[in-house]
Design a protein around this ligand. Structure first.
Ligand SMILES: Cc1cc2nc3c(=O)[nH]c(=O)nc-3n(C[C@H](O)[C@H](O)[C@H](O)COP(=O)(O)OP(=O)(O)OC[C@H]3O[C@@H](n4cnc5c(N)ncnc54)[C@H](O)[C@@H]3O)c2cc1C
Length: 564
């Protein structure tokens, strides 16, 4: 087993946080150990010298970056690929800072995504020029359209850095500078993907190929803001990476940084309420009734949990945020089928390229029908091959391979099981899952027939599983829905309640990178001048989230870009 896949964090039930802080005080408490929470905690500890206590309700740390194991196998739950991890990139600087440079990144194949529309296959190739060349070859006569598309995308990503900075400003300063800082992104964020991309490339498969990654933000082109599309598509343009050792290494290595700086993560530690006294956040009440105090509280539990659950209504309502958060609504939920195979990737001919399989032609209609009724045809199967992406997998799990199949889902489908306990939802729930698993697998097997007969473990997670493990109220995976309205929400790192800060994916955007930047912004808002010269602001200032390569160079020569 991966040494990192062991549970990360101290057990709240077995060790009292007081044992680590003899005076019973912490400088900061972070609710939730997703990448946003861990990033903010590590920065506060390392750059601010604060003693930080991270509280995580799950039995292991990492949020969506955690992995789970079954005998002989291990799967990531929310990290399939990351972009912009070349040396010197802001994201890489931040990762190196919070994980002490100990995470190694394996380069994925040049074709990081393959889009399958019916019987046609289209490759998204790393490197802006090669991306253009490859798609121009598939769509003769459309090079100009593709160039216009890419330059619009780059234009949109330029608005990212000032928008991000505004999120970290104190409220008063933001009232002054915010409109100017936010305007460049709003120009693109206020329109949908459909409204921006359709006029550039017209009807037909080119539009469907360019917007196929919509599963990365969970909304179809008619509903998603163009800003999130630009950030995500741009994020991968230079190619993609996967953490060597699987995504569990992320939390494990950040935990080491925290430990080195007198801070700690506690798991199985669920926060019930954020404590507010005299108008100031001053700690948390746990579900066991215990009170833990700190003058700074950072929530990585997501905006809905923070403003609709963890804060008492009489504290949250006057901020005006609960109604606005409800109006935007949650992002998509998903089904994920985790497959264990009894052959190696090589034996099965599997590689690390992700597959976006769209069996239906009318994407908008197909998604709508399926979300209304899961008996309708499955509109998308996204296939990822974690074992093929991780150069260490073969030595850790000899003779095996893994595969993950993901599609969109709705918690509403599962209404009748919503109050039943995990693993005790009954035979009809298990039968429903078995049927959905079969349908997902059949679609994937058309693309990878070599896998047939080699599936020795299959396990489906549903929106109920996501809700159970992460507490996201609708089993959503990307925080708030990335509609144009989301980018107008007045959410910022520093909440209207002094001492309370927000980190994670709801601050700027979904994705590991977006959530990590959200954590860095929260730390910046807390430390202000201390961090001004530090890595967080340098990285954020240089960041054009999702911006494609400044140079259109070839991928790095080695498969693994960093050594510990
Ligand atoms: C199937 C899937 C595939 C994905 N693929 C990719 C990908 O390839 N690349 C990419 O960049 N992104 C991907 N993502 C998205 C990415 O994983 C998330 O956007 C990101 O990890 C969110 O981080 P976060 O810190 O905001 O929140 P989370 O990871 O959701 O962490 C929040 C944490 O808060 C904890 N919590 C909540 N309430 C409480 C409480 N009351 N007390 C204590 N703890 C609490 C939760 O248990 C959770 O651990 C994927 C997500 C999914 C689900």
């Amino acid at each position: 087993m991966n040494r990192h896949a062991a549970r990360v964090g101290l057990s709240y039930k077995q060790v009292s946080p007081d044992r680590l802080s003899p005076d019973g005080r912490w400088d900061a408490i972070v609710i939730g150990s997703g990448i946003g929470g861990l990033a903010s905690a590590a920065m506060l500890a390392k750059h601010g010298g604060l003693r930080v206590l991270v509280l995580e309700r799950h039995s292991t740390a990492g949020g969506f970056t955690h992995t789970f194991t079954r005998p002989g196998f291990e799967w990531d739950v929310g990290v399939h690929y990351l972009g912009q991890l070349e040396e010197g990139e802001p994201l890489r600087m931040l990762f190196d800072d919070i994980a002490g440079g100990r995470i190694r990144w394996a380069r994925m194949p040049d074709v990081y995504d393959r889009v399958i529309l019916g019987d046609e296959r289209y490759d998204l190739v790393a490197g802006g020029r090669r991306f253009l060349d490859s798609l121009s070859a598939r769509f003769p006569g459309r090079r100009r359209d593709l160039e216009r598309y890419l330059s619009t995308l780059v234009g949109a990503t330029r608005g990212g850095a000032p928008f991000f900075l505004d999120r970290a400003l104190p409220r008063r300063l933001s009232r002054l500078l915010g409109p100017v800082l936010r305007a460049p992104l709003h120009r693109h964020a206020d329109r949908t993907v459909e409204e921006v991309v359709r006029p550039l490339v017209g009807e037909g498969p080119l539009f469907d190929v360019l917007t196929a990654q919509c599963g990365d933000y969970g909304l179809t082109p008619r509903h998603a803001s163009f800003a999130i599309h630009a950030m995500v598509a741009g994020h991968y343009l230079r190619g993609a990476y996967y953490p060597v050792g699987g995504s569990a290494v992320i939390a494990a290595e950040i935990a080491r940084t925290l430990e080195e700086h007198g801070s700690a993560i506690f798991v199985a530690a669920e926060v019930e309420r954020i404590l507010v006294e005299n108008g100031r956040a001053c700690g948390v009440t746990m579900t066991d009734g215990r009170v833990l105090r700190a003058p700074i509280v950072i929530s990585d539990a997501g905006a809905p949990n923070t403003y609709l659950r963890l804060l008492a209504p009489e504290v949250a309502e006057p901020t005006g945020l609960p109604a606005k958060i409800r109006a935007v609504g949650p992002s998509a939920a998903h089904l994920s089928l985790y497959l264990g195979l009894d052959r190696t990737d090589r034996e099965l001919g599997l590689d690390g390229t992700n597959l976006w399989i769209y069996p239906e032609r009318d994407r908008e209609r197909a998604f709508e029908r399926f979300l209304a009724d899961p008996r309708a045809p499955i509109p998308l199967v996204y296939a990822s091959f974690p074992s093929a992406k991780d150069p260490s997998f073969a030595s850790r799990h000899p003779g095996k391979a893994t595969m993950e199949l993901v599609t969109i889902a709705s918690l509403r489908w599962l209404e009748r099981w919503k109050d039943a306990r995990w693993k005790k939802r009954g035979a009809d729930y298990d039968a429903w899952k078995a049927e959905m698993s079969e349908r997902l697998l059949e679609i994937a097997l058309r693309e990878r027939p070599s896998v047939r007969g080699h599936v020795v473990h299959a396990e489906l997670s549903t929106p109920l599983s996501t809700r159970h493990f992460t507490a996201h109220p609708d089993g959503e995976i990307y925080g708030l829905a990335h509609t144009p309205a989301r980018f107008r929400l007045p959410l910022r790192a520093q909440s209207p309640i002094p001492g309370l800060f927000l980190a994670g994916q709801d601050l700027v955007s979904c994705g590991v990178a977006g959530a990590l930047f959200g954590g860095a912004l929260a730390a910046t808002a807390v430390l202000r001048s201390t961090l001004i010269k530090s890595v967080a602001l340098r990285a954020i200032g240089r960041a054009r989230p999702g911006a494609p390569a400044r140079r259109d160079e070839e991928p790095p020569p080695s498969e693994v870009t960093a050594v510990p």
